[in-house]
Design a protein around this ligand. Structure first.
Ligand code: NAD
Ligand code: ZN
Ligand code: ZN
Length: 345
């Protein structure tokens, strides 16, 4: 089969590799139907995650059709359509029992990171029973790709950890697919004001159509001053970091109001300064989280009932073998007016 193989920072190739096989009785092999590229893949390509080995097939999102199941898989059979969760979980260990699938003792986020991923014609999914979700007949599979990662990530790491409440003023820093997922799902809780910050005018314009009440291009304007003036110098109740950069985390520290919550989503490759000299007395909380994907079944219902329409995040469609071009488009999102790209096998 062919797959997108990582060969160290800045190096990747669409090349011939071995087709995955069942290794454990709890595995499934899935034929990819649709997959996509995540901001985290861009962090890997930049070298922010040096633990990723040369030869790794990237990708941790997608929908597909089961090709084969191991003898102890009981929830799925050959031919079933499934959503692949970006997090692999056994469902049985202490962390899984606590709902913290991201730290499953036998899984967690391993796909396209520690084991081969979904930017391929086929992928092996360990602990298939707990790591795949059935797709009912007639569903819009493209929309469901957004349930692999970005929707649970924006919701769990951003909205739930950020404790968004009715009437709150929130800021979302980063209007990529993950920031947009936080924007869509924050509205379950009817915050009064949603300020979205990015440097990409196209993404900011899209954020406005998705419910942002204010947009700020932080390359063109002083985001701290603007947010302080929008909040009567009080700062925001929740600041969601959805970039994974030093400047954007420090922006969250500068705009957080008393009693507020900084909810970090971004994958960081560099240390940031914790400004305790200003924050020690502000009654704030700072949370970090690797997405658990425990809310996937709930989010699935909101997508099926069209309470949220993540399909609108898809701007570009490619064939899977055009994946190098798709990476270029996603990497140059402002130039290409890109949000989520879909690759079809
Ligand atoms: N915690 C988790 O479990 C988890 C899961 C998935 C993704 N992530 C992370 O979430 C982040 C967002 O993912 P994405 O797919 O939306 O990525 P993306 O690269 O598409 O989006 C990042 C956005 O940040 C903007 N940006 C960059 N520098 C900026 C700056 N200085 N000021 C303002 N905006 C800036 C970019 O223009 C872009 O729109 C990434 O760091 C990704 O690794 C974390
Ligand atoms: Zn991801
Ligand atoms: Zn587990």
């Amino acid at each position: 089969m062919k797959a997108l193989v990582y060969h160290g920072p800045g190096k990747k190739a669409w090349e011939q590799t071995g087709k995955p096989m069942i290794q454990e009785t709890t595995d499934a092999v899935v034929k990819i139907v649709k997959t996509t590229i995540c901001g985290t893949d861009l962090h890997i390509m930049k070298g922010d995650l040096p633990e990723v080995k040369d030869g790794r097939i990237l990708g941790h999102e997608g929908v597909g059709i089961i090709e084969e199941v191991g003898s102890s898989v009981s929830n799925f059979k050959k031919g079933d359509h499934v959503i692949i969760s970006c997090v692999t979980s056994c469902g049985k260990c202490d962390f899984c029992k606590k709902g913290m699938y991201s730290h499953c003792e036998k899984g967690g986020w391993i796909l396209g990171y520690m084991i081969n991923g979904t930017q391929a014609e086929y992928v092996r999914i360990p602990y298939a029973d707990n790591s795949l979700y059935a797709i009912p007949a007639g569903s819009d599979e493209e929309a469901l790709v957004m349930l692999s990662d970005i929707l649970p990530t924006g919701f769990e790491c951003g909205v739930l950890n950020g404790q968004v409440k009715p009437g709150d003023t929130i800021a979302i820093i980063g209007a990529g697919p993950v920031g947009m997922a936080a924007l869509l799902t924050s509205q379950f809780y009817t915050p009064a004001e949603i300020i979205v910050v990015d440097q990409d005018d196209n993404r900011l314009k899209v954020a406005k159509t998705f419910g942002a009440t204010h947009i700020i291009n932080s390359a063109a304007e002083n985001a701290v001053e603007k947010i302080m003036s929008l909040t009567n110098c009080k700062g925001v109740d929740t600041a969601i970091e959805a970039v994974g950069a030093v400047a954007t985390f420090e922006l969250c520290e500068a705009i957080i109001g008393a009693g507020g919550h900084i909810a970090n989503i971004g994958v960081h490759g560099k240390p940031v300064t914790l400004h305790l000299e200003t924050l020690w007395s502000r009654n704030i909380s700072i949370t970090t989280r690797l997405v658990d994907t425990v809310t996937t079944p709930m989010l699935f219902k909101t997508v099926q009932s069209k309470k949220i329409e993540p399909k609108k995040l898809i701007t570009h469609r490619f064939k899977l073998d055009q994946i190098i071009e798709a990476y270029d488009t996603f990497e140059h999102a402002a130039r290409e007016k890109a949000l989520k790209v879909i690759l079809e096998n």
